[in-house]
Design a protein around this ligand. Structure first.
Ligand code: NAP
Length: 261
C-alpha cells in the first residue's frame, strides 16, 4: 500500500527511543523526513541522521520553549505535514494518592499534557496555511482505565485524548485531522527498562520485574505486550492520507487488555 508520505515532513516528540524511535524509523521508511525531538541523541537516531532522513533537535519538551523550538525547526524545512505527540513518562506511585505532591502533578502535567498542547499550538498555523495536516497523539488505555498506582499519568492521558477530540472538530473543516492512539502495555524502557514500571512496582510489592510484566498481560487476549513497531505502523497509517476520513478517533492497540466494548 502506497502511503503517499514521500517528501512529507513529520515532527515526532520523544523520538530517541521506545515508541517514538519506532515511529521515526517507520515514517522514514515510508519516505518522510522526521524532525525528531528528545533530550538525548541516541545511536539509532544518529544513524538515521547520517542518512539525511532525520533532523535531531535536542529539547526538553517539559519546558515552555522546548516544543516551540522543535516545531520551528520543522518549519525551517518548509512546513509540517505530520505531528506526532509521543513524548511521555510514567512514575509509579506505590505510596498511593496522598504521596503524589503538587510538584509531581506539575511534572506529569508539563510533559504529559503541556508538551502536546504547546507542540500542537505551534504546528497548527503552518498546517492551516497548507490546508492540510495530520496530528497523532499517543495516549494510553489508562485514559479510560484508571489505575490507582499511577493517578497522575491516567489523568494526563485522559486530558490529551479529550483535547484531541476537540481539536478534530475545530480543525476538520481546515483540512487537518487529529487522532489519538491508546496502547496497552508496550515493550519499552518505560515498562521494562531500568527504573521502569516493572522494576519499581516489583520492588514495592516484593516480586520480580518479570512477574510484574507477566501479570500486566496475563489476562489479555493475546497474552503479550504490544511492540513499538506495531504502534508505529498504526501511527504511520493514521498520519497518511489512506486515513483521510479518520479524525477524532481514538484507536486502541492493546492485545485485548481492555475486556469491555
Ligand atoms: N510503554 C507503554 O507501555 C506505553 C503504553 C501506553 C502509552 N505509552 C505512551 O507512549 C509514549 C512513549 O512511551 P515509551 O514507552 O516509548 O517511553 P520511553 O521508552 O521511556 O521513551 C520516552 C521518550 O520520551 C522522551 N522524553 C521523555 N521526557 C522528555 C522530555 N522532558 N523532553 C523531551 N523528550 C522526553 C525520551 O527521550 P529523552 O529521555 O532522550 O528525552 C524518549 O525518547 C508515552 O507518551 C507513553 O505514555 C506507553
Amino acid at each position: 500500500m502506497d502511503l503517499h508520505l514521500d517528501g512529507k515532513t513529520a515532527v515526532v516528540t520523544g523520538a530517541s527511543r521506545g515508541i517514538g524511535l519506532a515511529i521515526t524509523s517507520a515514517l522514514v521508511d515510508a519516505g518522510a523526513h522526521v524532525v525528531a525531538g528528545a533530550r538525548s541523541r541516541t545511536a539509532q537516531l544518529e544513524e538515521l541522521e547520517s542518512r539525511g532522513q532525520v533532523t535531531f533537535v535536542s529539547v526538553d519538551l517539559a519546558t515552555a520553549d522546548g516544543p516551540i523550538a522543535l516545531v520551528a525547526a520543522a518549519e525551517q524545512r518548509g512546513g509540517i505535514d505530520i505531528l506526532v505527540n509521543n513524548a511521555g513518562a510514567v512514575t509509579p506511585r506505590p505510596g498511593g494518592f496522598v504521596s503524589v505532591t503538587d510538584e509531581d502533578w506539575d511534572a506529569s502535567w508539563s510533559l504529559g499534557v503541556m508538551a502536546t498542547v504547546r507542540a500542537t499550538r505551534a504546528a497548527i498555523p503552518a498546517m492551516v496555511r497548507a490546508g492540510s495536516g495530520s496530528i497523532v497523539t499517543i495516549g494510553s488505555v489508562n485514559a479510560f482505565y484508571p489505575d490507582p498506582g499511577i493517578p497522575d499519568y491516567c489523568a494526563v492521558k485522559a486530558a490529551v485524548t479529550n483535547i484531541t477530540k476537540a481539536l478534530s472538530k475545530e480543525l476538520g473543516p481546515k483540512g487537518i485531522r487529529a487522532n489519538s492512539i491508546s496502547p496497552g502495555p508496550v515493550m519499552t524502557d518505560l515498562w521494562v527498562g531500568r527504573g521502569g514500571v516493572a522494576e519499581v512496582v516489583g520492588r514495592a510489592s516484593g516480586v520480580s520485574p518479570q512477574e510484574v510484566a507477566d501479570s500486566a498481560v496475563a489476562g489479555t487476549a493475546t497474552g503479550r505486550f504490544t511492540t513499538s513497531d506495531e504502534v508505529a505502523d498504526l501511527v504511520v497509517f493514521l498520519a497518511s492520507d489512506r486515513a483521510a476520513n479518520i479524525t477524532g478517533s481514538d484507536v486502541r492497540i492493546d492485545g485485548g487488555f481492555i475486556t469491555t466494548v
